[in-house]
Design a protein. Structure first.
Length: 132
């Protein structure tokens, strides 16, 4: 009934071992990617002095203001907020955090944002997206 080609295919299917799903390495890779966000901006040899998580209420920046340029005001507010809390005027906002603020356009930034703040010895203070 079966042709020789079909029989060969069946033999190959039987010979191939079942594939196992390895979830643990994928989880570890994701964790490594999250750690690499900081090292995208700072060398690995740089000493980290302090690391904190903040939920920044950006709505205070544009609470009583018109709808234009709210995202710009939110970025400025984030920078001033970090200067106050980290006691360092050298604040650097990562591209990822900037994209989160600007994701909904100039007129409608998020009301609050969760960030991870890392104070380093050389580069000052970096504002990074928080790990969820």
């Amino acid at each position: 009934m079966f042709s020789e080609a079909e029989e060969r295919l069946e033999e190959k299917v039987e010979e191939e071992p079942e594939e196992t799903v390895e979830e643990k390495p994928e989880v570890e890779e994701k964790a490594e990617e999250e750690e690499d966000i900081l090292f995208k901006y700072v060398d690995e040899s740089t000493k980290i002095l302090e690391e904190r998580i903040y939920v920044v209420p950006l709505y205070k920046a544009f609470r009583y203001k018109r709808g234009l340029h709210r995202a710009k005001k939110a970025v400025t507010f984030l920078r001033r907020f970090m200067e106050r809390h980290m006691k360092d005027p050298n604040i650097r906002i990562s591209e990822e955090v900037n994209e989160i603020i600007w994701s909904r356009g100039i007129r409608n930034p998020p009301r609050r944002i969760k960030v991870r703040v890392v104070k380093t010895e050389d580069a000052g203070v970096w504002v990074l997206p928080a790990k969820d």
